[in-house]
Design a protein around this ligand. Structure first.
Ligand SMILES: CC(C)(COP(=O)(O)OP(=O)(O)OC[C@H]1O[C@@H](n2cnc3c(N)ncnc32)[C@H](O)[C@@H]1OP(=O)(O)O)[C@@H](O)C(=O)NCCC(=O)NCCS
Length: 239
């Protein structure tokens, strides 16, 4: 694809996603994202044979736009880096198509990995301002990373992650999280006790029937107060 066509595609993506963008020429001339990505494509091509030149170019672009993309990073189509300042994209980062990210985003490593050290971002992912995505894991398609989040683990597709450390708060458009209902809490001990009492009732009834059949007089449990168990309302369970 010709360089100018890619530029036009990037500019269209910005016009679609940024309500503050007014017209093709404004985007082309004033948005650092367009310039940083165009020069990154050049640096990425130069990188295998001319790593020093590629790195020099990427540092020049960082100086001009505030966006630092390592020449080794792989970036898909229609990426939009809004505002740009402070964005850092590491050498082994891979970014899918239609990704939007804001200022101060880091796609970095933790310092613990070798080889692949940076994240793989799926298609149509949004990464909020100041978010740090650190490590060689995947962020699934259509997911959102909240502003200021620190994400250290794999994120499945269609999720929203927020906070530090990042936690999933929405999955496939459903809220995920702690149930804060502190009134209607289940009581597993009481549930077990109720089941046991039902079973004792059943066994006792069988025993009584059998005793009647063989003409035996069964000891009457209701006469023995030590055999009564208090329940929640202060009454006693019958056993
Ligand atoms: C995360 C985000 C994309 C919203 O995604 P969403 O799927 O629509 O999520 P919701 O708005 O329903 O929020 C879900 C929960 O996360 C919380 N939340 C949202 N963004 C958060 C953030 N950045 N940090 C912490 N919590 C956040 C919400 O308060 C909500 O909590 P609740 O369930 O207790 O009410 C958005 O809040 C965000 O951070 N966008 C980045 C925008 C940005 O960087 N702008 C810079 C422009 S210059």
């Amino acid at each position: 694809m010709l360089m100018f066509e890619r530029l036009r595609e990037d500019a269209r993506a910005i016009l679609d996603r940024d309500p503050a963008a007014h017209g093709f020429w404004q985007v082309l001339l004033c948005y650092p994202s367009v310039r940083a990505l165009a020069w990154h494509r050049v640096a990425h091509k130069l990188n295998p044979k001319h790593p020093v030149l590629a790195r020099w170019l990427s540092q020049r672009v960082r100086h001009k736009t505030g966006i630092e993309i390592h020449p080794g990073a792989t970036i898909g189509r229609r990426c939009f880096i809004d505002h740009g300042m402070g964005v850092i994209i590491g050498e082994t980062a891979e970014i899918g198509d239609d990704v939007t990210m804001y200022q101060d985003v880091t796609l970095g490593g933790t310092g613990k990995d070798t080889g692949k050290r940076h994240p793989t971002i799926g298609n149509n992912v949004t990464i909020g301002s100041g978010a740090k995505v650190l490590g060689p894991f995947k962020v699934g398609d259509n997911s959102k990373i909240g502003a200021g989040s620190i994400v250290l683990r794999e994120v499945p597709s269609d999720c929203t992650v927020v906070g530090n450390p990042g936690r999933i708060v929405r999955k496939a458009d459903k809220r995920v999280g702690v149930d804060l209902d502190q009134v209607n809490l289940p009581d597993p001990v009481q549930e077990r006790m109720t089941l046991l009492l039902k079973r004792i009732d059943l066994l006792e009834e069988r025993l009584r029937q059998r005793a009647k059949e063989i003409g035996c007089d069964l000891f009457d449990l209701y006469d023995d107060p030590s055999a009564l168990i208090p329940n929640d309302s202060g009454d006693y369970y019958e056993i």
